[in-house]
Design a protein. Structure first.
Length: 450
């Protein structure tokens, strides 16, 4: 049964591939529109790389979401092919008014709408495939180009799946199929190793403090804790992991496994990448840092393998971004959260902290700073609006929590907008309705848990 569903999705993706191929043969410039997170950026990277390899041309715009004024602008554009990644399925009606052909490679819940002939809509939900666990937008996009022998892009496609937190003790469904294709093509490798981030880039104490997935309680988000740990086990904290001797690596491995056994597990890498981007999760994190800092051109440059200083600039950017995250984690450690019956929340008006609220919310649950059994809402004030990032854990989702639905329903009741995945979702609501909104989410979550 599952196989049949996957097959239908693959067929639709192949149709999209044919459309893309036709437009490339006609030498049309492809208009790419994608999302600003790691998944959207790697999805855009997959299409852009394909087009570049086929000696075609593209024009890409990365946006946080599809807004009305941007859609209106697109309506005036004369491109013959529009390629939407990681968005579009919820805007079928508007998109159907575009002048040219359209490919949508998305994995969010689609709106009910009879699509016109000019749209090739590729979305796992249309075929009963799970779009929050089994494939992300970069994966869906990869499916559209794999017929053009683009198995070399499997690693990039997996970066998006990692970015959208679809890896959980392994990959499922289509994601696993992409892994297998990458393994066969030699562009993805899996090794049992320590899942520490930035092994070739950062001194060990920083690398440990920056490692959040899997979480290392006491070390993740805590430079001083990491230094003390390394001193205690007799390792120099200033050395890079890649410069450790075998014996030292064994000591570190043994001690880290005591903190979290998951730290020694499968690591995914792309052997053809530059050393600091070779680990696919690291690659995903660099893209995320570029996206959060609105350096979309830089992210595209990394995906297209641009030479020059793009890599150094993006790694610097990531250092600053990680500093902001660590400060945010310290803030949560200091201030804690406010708890209602079934949800908890954190609130900020701090300009810098706002940019990482969703991220630090997720981290504070995973490293146990806040109670992981209670869904967390991170609220940022933007003038008269509140931006809400909701995060929860696999365990609470299994208990019935669907944050996407809760934030969608609650925000609608107060003239806001919201939605997303069961485990991670977002909303924007009027500031003056904040308390009412929180109480309603609390009620909805309570009813989901019954
Ligand atoms: Mn996505």
């Amino acid at each position: 049964m599952t196989h049949k569903k996957q097959h239908s999705l693959l067929n639709r993706a192949d149709e999209a591939g044919q459309v893309l191929k036709k437009h490339l043969e006609e030498e049309n410039i492809v208009r790419i529109i994608s999302h600003n997170d790691a998944d959207g950026l790697s999805a855009a990277g997959v299409v852009a790389s394909t087009i570049t390899q086929e000696k075609g041309q593209f024009h890409v715009t990365i946006v946080p979401r599809l807004r009305e004024h941007f859609l209106k602008k697109l309506l005036k554009e004369r491109y013959k092919l529009f390629f939407f990644c990681d968005m579009g399925s919820a805007y079928l009606e508007d998109i159907s008014r575009l002048k040219g052909d359209v490919i949508i490679a998305d994995h969010h819940q689609p709106m009910e709408f009879e699509t016109k002939e000019n749209i090739t809509h590729v979305n796992p939900h249309l075929f009963g495939v799970d779009g929050s666990r089994e494939v992300s937008a970069s994966g869906v996009t990869y499916l559209t180009v794999r017929g053009m022998e683009k198995q070399s892009l499997a690693g990039m496609a997996l970066a998006g799946a990692f970015g959208d937190m679809q890896y959980y003790d392994g990959f499922l469904g289509i994601n696993q199929m992409i892994v297998d294709e990458g393994l066969e093509a030699g562009t993805v490798e899996i090794h049992q190793d320590l899942k520490i981030t930035s092994k070739t880039e950062e001194p060990l104490y920083k690398a440990l403090a920056y490692t959040f997935n899997p979480p290392l309680p006491g070390l993740s988000g805590d430079m001083e804790g990491s230094m003390a740990f390394l001193e205690k086990i007799g390792l120099s904290y200033g050395i890079k992991f890649s410069d450790l001797g075998n014996e030292e690596r064994d000591i570190l491995k043994e001690e880290l496994i005591r903190i979290n056994p998951q730290i020694f597990s499968d690591t995914y890498s792309n052997p053809h990448e530059r050393p600091s981007l070779r680990n696919i999760e690291d690659f995903s994190r660099v893209l995320d840092a570029c996206g959060k800092n609105k350096k979309y051109g830089l992210a595209m440059g990394l995906c297209l393998g641009e030479k020059g200083d793009a890599l150094d600039v993006s790694l610097d950017l990531q250092r600053k971004y990680r500093d902001t995250i660590l400060k945010g984690v310290e803030w949560i450690k200091r201030e804690g959260s406010t708890t209602l019956d079934h949800v908890q929340y954190i609130y900020t008006e701090d300009k810098v902290r706002k940019s990482v609220m969703g991220t630090i919310a997720g981290i504070s649950l995973s490293i146990g700073l806040l109670d992981a059994n209670t869904p967390l809402l991170a609220l940022s004030r933007m003038d008269n609006l509140i931006k809400v990032s909701g995060r929860t854990t696999v365990a609470t989702v299994q208990a019935g929590v669907d944050l996407g639905k809760a934030l969608h329903d609650a925000s609608q009741s107060f003239g806001g907008k919201g939605g997303g995945h069961d485990i991670a979702a977002g909303a924007v609501i009027p500031y003056k309705e904040m308390d009412n909104f929180l109480n309603l989410v609390d009620e909805i979550i309570s009813s989901q848990l019954v």
